[in-house]
Design a binder for this molecule. Structure first.
Ligand SMILES: C[C@@]1(CC(=O)O)c2cc3[nH]c(cc4nc(cc5[nH]c(cc(n2)[C@H]1CCC(=O)O)[C@@](C)(CC(=O)O)[C@@H]5CCC(=O)O)C(CC(=O)O)=C4CCC(=O)O)c(CCC(=O)O)c3CC(=O)O
Ligand SMILES: NC(=O)C1=CN([C@@H]2O[C@H](COP(=O)(O)OP(=O)(O)OC[C@H]3O[C@@H](n4cnc5c(N)ncnc54)[C@H](O)[C@@H]3O)[C@@H](O)[C@H]2O)C=CC1
Length: 188
């Protein structure tokens, strides 16, 4: 059974720490900033890939620290993603996070993760997150590509129209819900 509970986080309200500045660190920071360009992120690693250095030039809220991980980096952090090439370090970061009740993602060890990153389909304001329960990230990526292809760009217009109607509707919660269900019946 897939017991993952999806939520949509306002990453710009959080301070995220990424430990590791290699390929995985780059994938994770790219995913985060692609969704929330203003998210506050600190990335710590002795070696940081050139692409990440370049990214920091366009994202003033992305702070890079060229040092080894130390637990002091967890101070004031809300969320942690760790993806170094040292399993011992990854495990240590996870242990330190649990002691502080900080949610942590250990990229190479699903069993140690409090949350997974998802594949993300975006069409204007519509966002769909895909997870395979860790079974096949590649399937998630391919399915994202399929959905990106088939979802029409006109979806944004539909959403804008529904927002306008939603804002104009009078009555109590139930009356509004009934009206919106009636209008959107054609979408079924
Ligand atoms: C559990 C999870 C934890 C987490 O990272 O959050 C996890 C774990 C692992 N990934 C591994 C490998 C790869 N991951 C990708 C890609 C993505 N991985 C992502 C999420 C997740 N990956 C979480 C589960 C998501 C779910 O529930 O489906 C995506 C969706 C989101 C993102 O990372 O932003 C992003 C696609 C984004 C997109 O394009 O839409 C590719 C393909 C590629 O890069 O092209 C490969 C190589 C091919 C392969 O192995 O499939 C390995 C083995 C490492 C090794 O062998 O050393 C582990 C560890 C393990 O499974 O043990
Ligand atoms: N979840 C996922 O999507 C994936 C996970 N992985 C796994 O993730 C791990 C990392 O892979 P890559 O990024 O390709 O490795 P890499 O070799 O490109 O980068 C490793 C990074 O870790 C940093 N690092 C090492 N020790 C550190 C320490 N003590 N403190 C802070 N940073 C430290 C290095 O400076 C470097 O930036 C591997 O174990 C790999 O199996 C790999 C592919 C996908």
């Amino acid at each position: 059974m897939n017991t993952l509970f999806p939520i949509f986080v306002k990453a710009e309200n959080l301070h995220t720490l990424i430990v590791g500045g290699g390929y995985v660190g780059m994938e994770k920071v790219t995913a985060l900033l692609a969704n929330a360009p203003a998210a506050r992120v600190t990335l710590v690693a002795p070696d940081i890939r050139a692409e990440i250095l370049e990214m920091a030039e366009h994202h003033p809220n992305l702070q890079l620290v060229q040092e080894l991980y130390h637990e002091n980096f967890l101070t004031d952090k809300d969320l942690v993603i760790v993806g170094t090439n040292d399993k011992g370090v990854n495990r240590q970061v996870q242990t330190d996070c649990k002691a502080r009740r900080i949610l942590v993602n250990v990229a190479d060890t699903p069993d140690l993760c409090d949350f997974y990153l998802s594949s993300v389909v975006k069409k204007g304001d519509l966002k769909i997150a895909i997870s395979t329960n860790g079974k096949s990230p590649t399937f998630a990526k391919r399915f994202r590509e399929v959905l990106e292809e088939i979802l029409p760009d006109s979806l944004q217009e539909t959403l804008d129209n529904l927002t306008a109607i939603r804002n104009k509707l009078k009555g109590d919660f139930v009356q509004k819900m009934e009206k919106l269900n009636e209008i959107t019946n054609v979408l079924k």
